[in-house]
Unconditional design. Structure first.
Length: 328
């Protein structure tokens, strides 16, 4: 029987109420800042964890605090990121709570901006994102990007035929339907293309299938030039299930040399939506006073690329540049 995105969402919302406190994790289950700093020494991690400025001890501690519910506007423990996504950032297999650990920080930051602006509507995440300051969005995104993802064995069986079809769609697509290969944008083995394209490999099948259905039905619409919506509309329900089951079983190659997917020079910072005033200062951040606010400009971009209104008062920063491209 066909499961629509709406039906899935209702099931996952109900599951979300019961799943608060994924795996009964607590603040003590989160890695120490020292362990996070050690992770930054690994190839590619610092680049993946950079939104605008490379993370350091202070920003990682701040991001950890936000993830554990210590943000300035988080009203309860239920608002804490770890209550749904886990202290280790690995979420769960229900489909409602995706793995955040190891995701590109800039991508995560943009999703928070899009949740707040309504570009990516979600009854759970939108109110939370609206309550976060810009500094909190940046810090918590870097925190989750540094975490080491875990890839447990897939819980649901899938037929060999389905997995083979999913593998074909992922690797070469379907010329007959005009469906491009996942790897064309999401990189070799769908392991992601930081800073703007997330990995699909190892993500929960239910979450991948849910997002494809949301794009297919026009609910989600926050990707560049509506690429994902156009692709998803050409996919059958069987295609979606097959590629989701396959991708869940692929463990990505970690710490590969990062690849920049867009120009970054003179780019401007993504800003939250009009009317949403945010704090740009972070406690202890050099050059910025905590609690200072900046007015939101004319609108947030709907693409995954850097966006802004060209206002000289905006910080001139975009996704991090790729050091591998500037070295001999």
């Amino acid at each position: 029987m066909r499961r629509t995105a709406l039906a899935r969402t209702l099931v996952f919302l109900a599951a979300g109420v019961a799943a608060t406190g994924v795996g009964a994790q607590t603040f003590g289950d989160s890695p120490s800042v020292r362990a996070l700093e050690a992770r930054l020494e690994q190839e590619g991690v610092s680049f993946r964890a950079t939104v605008f400025d490379a993370p350091d001890e202070d920003s990682l501690e701040y991001g950890r605090l936000v993830a554990m519910g210590g943000g300035r506007a988080q009203g309860s423990a239920g608002d804490a990121c770890f209550s749904c996504h886990g202290a280790d950032g690995n979420g769960d297999g229900s489909g409602a709570f995706p793995r955040l650990a190891g995701m590109p920080a800039w991508y995560l930051y943009k999703q928070l901006v899009d949740y707040a602006s309504g570009q990516r509507p979600n009854d759970i995440m939108s109110p939370i994102a609206k309550n976060l300051s810009e500094a909190e969005m940046e810090a918590v995104s870097s925190y989750y990007a540094v975490l080491e993802p875990a890839y447990p064995e897939s819980g649901e069986l899938a037929s060999g035929v389905d997995l083979q079809w999913g593998a074909k769609l992922s690797a070469v697509g379907s010329a007959e339907r005009g469906v491009p290969a996942c790897v064309n944008c999401h990189g070799p083995q769908s392991s992601g293309m930081p800073p703007s394209v997330p990995p699909l490999a190892g993500q929960y099948a239910e979450y991948i299938a849910l997002q494809l259905n949301l794009w297919k039905e026009g609910v989600r619409r926050n990707d560049p030039v509506d690429v994902m919506s156009a692709i998803a509309k050409k996919m059958t329900d069987e295609d979606i299930e097959a590629v989701a089951r396959y991708l869940e079983r692929v463990h990505p190659v970690r710490e590969a040399v990062p690849v920049v997917m867009m120009p970054t020079e003179k780019a401007t910072r993504i800003r939250p939506p009009p009317g949403l005033e945010v704090e740009t200062g972070m406690p202890g951040a050099p050059g910025e006073a905590a609690g200072t606010s900046s007015p939101a400009p004319g609108g947030a971009s709907s693409s995954d690329g850097p966006a802004g209104n060209g206002d000289e008062s905006s910080a001139s920063a975009g996704p991090p540049s790729n050091p591998a491209l500037t070295q001999p």
